[in-house]
Write a protein that binds this ligand. Structure first.
Ligand SMILES: [Zn+2]
Length: 295
């Protein structure tokens, strides 16, 4: 990635940056709500994914386990500095290692926040994420399960948060949503100005979920990767996914291989700049579409 773009991403915060680290910036989103916007293109992968902190009178909710326990521990320490309390609850949006592998960092001798995920996410963290890790596995064994079909409402004390089961980035995703102010922690259902990883995607379901997350009123969208998103940025992302879908359907109908279609693909300039985490990501997107179109 060109240094100029890297710098733009790292220094274009939505809210006041209250902590700046090589791996990311903690931004104040609203009263009692912070987002950690990771900046892994610096090469520091302590956190890798975005996450956040939501505070009520009675509870402190942390979002995501991050790539390394040091990342989760850092966020927990920030929650303690900002609120006087260690997180009381942690939610994982999905199983991917950059969101889940550091989960044990929230647990200390005296502090055991309640960890929450769907059963599928819990199982996939243990089965698929490498390298395997005893601390992570035992943390996941103690997870409180979220319904895979019904929203879970958490009352943090004067602040209600809904954890809503979704699908499409993986087979089990959740979004974490607030109504006042209107804020959606999207997990990896939204990547802002970064081309998403389709490795486990179910693209038709992803398309449905991203539309379901979009609100008609002004809303702050916290992506799984990239800067905090405005409604316009969210819409640009949806348009980008639609462009990929059309290209994949055309290539599949023409009998082009996913590898060739991915190698030939470019996004139209009208959709703006998209950072590629990996050169393989276009091909992975076509492969995900082909899985669905061929079955
Ligand atoms: Zn992911």
């Amino acid at each position: 990635m060109p240094a100029v773009l890297r710098a733009t991403w790292a220094t274009r915060p939505y809210g006041a940056v209250i902590a700046r680290e090589p791996f990311g910036n903690l931004e104040r989103v609203a009263d009692g709500i912070w987002a950690l916007i990771s900046t892994p293109l610096t090469g520091d992968r302590t956190t890798l994914s975005n996450g956040g902190i939501i505070v009520g009178k009675d509870a402190v909710l942390a979002i995501e386990g991050f790539n390394d326990p040091k990342g989760a521990q850092w966020l927990a320490n920030k929650a303690h500095e900002l609120t006087g309390r260690w997180p009381t609850h942690v939610v994982l949006t999905h199983y991917h290692s950059d969101h889940a592998n550091g989960i044990a960092g929230y647990l200390t001798d005296g502090r055991h926040p309640e960890l929450r995920s769907t059963a599928r996410t819990r199982d996939l963290v243990v089965e698929r994420n490498k390298p395997a890790d005893d601390a992570r596995s035992s943390a996941m064994a103690g997870v409180t399960l979220l319904s895979p079909t019904e929203p879970t409402t958490m009352d943090l004390g004067g602040r209600s948060v809904r954890i809503i089961p979704r699908i499409g980035h993986t087979e089990s995703d959740v979004s974490i949503e607030l109504d006042d102010p209107s804020i959606v922690f999207c997990g990896d259902l939204f990547w802002n100005a970064m081309f998403p990883n389709f490795v486990d995607a179910i693209p038709t379901k992803l398309a449905t979920s991203v539309r379901a997350l979009r609100r008609t009123r002004d809303t702050i969208y916290i992506p799984g990767h990239g800067a905090i998103g405005t409604p316009a940025e969210y819409d640009r992302y949806v348009a980008m996914l639609d462009d990929v879908e059309q290209a994949a359907r055309r290539a599949h109908a023409a009998g082009t291989s996913a590898a060739d279609a991915g190698a030939q693909f470019t996004l139209p300039a009208s959709l703006g700049d998209w950072t590629m985490f990996s050169k393989q990501f276009y091909q992975r997107a076509f492969e995900a579409w082909y899985r669905e179109l061929s079955s």
